[in-house]
Design a protein around this ligand. Sequence first.
Ligand SMILES: *[C@@H]1O[C@H](CO)[C@@H](O)[C@H](O)[C@H]1NC(C)=O
Ligand SMILES: *[C@@H]1O[C@H](CO)[C@@H](O)[C@H](O)[C@H]1NC(C)=O
Ligand SMILES: *[C@@H]1O[C@H](CO)[C@@H](O)[C@H](O)[C@H]1NC(C)=O
Ligand SMILES: *[C@@H]1O[C@H](CO)[C@@H](O)[C@H](O)[C@H]1NC(C)=O
Length: 399
Amino acid sequence: MHLTPLLLPLLGLLAQTTQVDSAALTTQKLSNRIECQRTARNCPKGTILVSATDARAKYKTVQSAIDSLPNDDTTQTILILEGSYTEQLNVTRAGPITILGETDSPTDASKNKVNLNFAAANQDSTGTDDNTWYSVLVVAPTLDASLVGSGTTGFAVPADTPFGNRDFRVYNVDFDNDFAPYTDGPAAALMFSRANGGFYYCGFYSYQDTIYIGKLGNAYFYKSIIAGETDFLYGFGTAWIQSSDIKLRGCGGGLTAWKGTNTTFENKYGVYVVDSNIAAANSSIAPDIKGKCSLGRPWNSEHRSIFADTWEDGSILPAGYTHWISSGVDRFEEGITLMAEYQAYGPGFNRTARIEGGIDTLLTKSGYKEYSTPALVFQDQEGTFGDVSWIDWETVEGK
Ligand SMILES: *[C@@H]1O[C@H](CO)[C@@H](O)[C@H](O)[C@H]1NC(C)=O
Ligand SMILES: *[C@@H]1O[C@H](CO)[C@@H](O)[C@H](O)[C@H]1NC(C)=O
Ligand SMILES: *[C@@H]1O[C@H](CO)[C@@H](O)[C@H](O)[C@H]1NC(C)=O
Ligand SMILES: *[C@@H]1O[C@H](CO)[C@@H](O)[C@H](O)[C@H]1NC(C)=O
C-alpha cells in the first residue's frame, strides 16, 4: 500500500489508540486466566475442577471431566489442580475447550505442576497395529481421523469424516510418555488430527515420536518444551513451534519426520520451528551427541520443515538434515522435499557444512517470506489460508 506523507500521522494516531485498547483488554483477560491458574479464583463461569485429592474438585480424572462436557458449541474450561495424573486422554468434542494447569509460574513451562503421564509404545514390528493407542493425549473427531496408518500416504481417512475441535487450548500442562528412557517404538505424548489447537507453556516428553500432528491437524506451540530422541516431531498436518525449547535426549532418525500429502489445492503442511532453541537435554548427554543430531529426515518426499531464527547448540549434525533410504529408494527428492533453515544460528549451524551436505535448503528472506507467519501456513480442509483465530494472540503478544 502506498501512503501519502499526509496520511501517516493520522494512521500513527489510529494505531496508538488501537494498541491502548487491546492492551487493556489483554491485561484483563490474561490476569483472569493467571489468577484462575494460581488460586482457582476468577475462572470462567462453569470451570470444571479436576484433582485426585482436593475436595473442591468435581472430578478425580481429566478424562472424566472431558467426558462430562456437553456435546455443543459452548466454550468449556477445565482447571487441573497440581498433581500427577496417569491417564490416556481422548478428546473428540468439536466445541472450544480450554484446559488450564494449576501453576505458580504461568510463564515458565519448566515449573509446571500438572503432569499427565502414561507409559505405552507401539512395539508391533509387523506394522499392523496403529500408534494412536499409545499416546498420552489424542485429539481427533473419530478413531479413523486419529489413525496414522503406514506407507507413503498413511491411513486413508474417509472423506466424509467431520472436522474435530475448532479451538482447543492447553496452558501449563506436561504430557509425558515415560514408556522407556530410550527409543523403543512410537510412544507419543500428543497425537493431534483434524483439529485446531494451541499449547502454551506446555511440556511434551518422550523419546520416540513425541508429537504427531495428523492429517488436517493445525497445532501452535508457544513457549513450550519438547523433548525427544527419534523423529519426535512427525506427521502430516501443520505445526508451528514458537519461542520454545527443543531438548535432545539423544539422536535417532531426525528431529522432524514429515509426510506430505498431494492435494488439489496448494498446501503448506509441514513443521515450522521459529525463534526457538535446540539443545542437548542436559550437560551429561551433550558430549555424547555432539555433531550427531539430524534436524530431520523425509518420511515421504513431500516432507516440509523449516527452522527459522532458531538457535542450535553443538549437537546438530554439520550437514543439518539427513536422507532416508527405504528399500533402496531415497525419499529425498530435489525440488520437492523441503528440509530448510532460515537464519538459524549458534554452534550447531555450520554454513559451509550445510552447503557441502547438499540436502539442507538455506532459505533467503524472499524464499522464507511465504512461510513467515502462522496465517500464511495454517489452512482449513478446503485449503483456505489465514484462519488463526484459535491462537491465543493475547498471550502470545502480551509477552
Ligand atoms: C476416542 O473416543 C472415540 C469416541 O468414543 C472412540 O471412537 C475412539 O476409538 C477413541 N480413540 C482412542 C484412540 O481411544
Ligand atoms: C540427561 O538426559 C539423558 C537423556 O534424556 C538422561 O538419560 C539422563 O538421565 C540425563 N542426566 C541427568 C543427569 O539428568
Ligand atoms: C505426489 O505426487 C507426486 C507427483 O505425481 C508423486 O511423485 C508422489 O509420490 C505423490 N506423493 C504422495 C504422498 O502421494
Ligand atoms: C564447518 O564445516 C566445515 C566443512 O565440513 C569444516 O571444515 C569446519 O571445520 C566446520 N567448522 C566448525 C566451526 O566446526
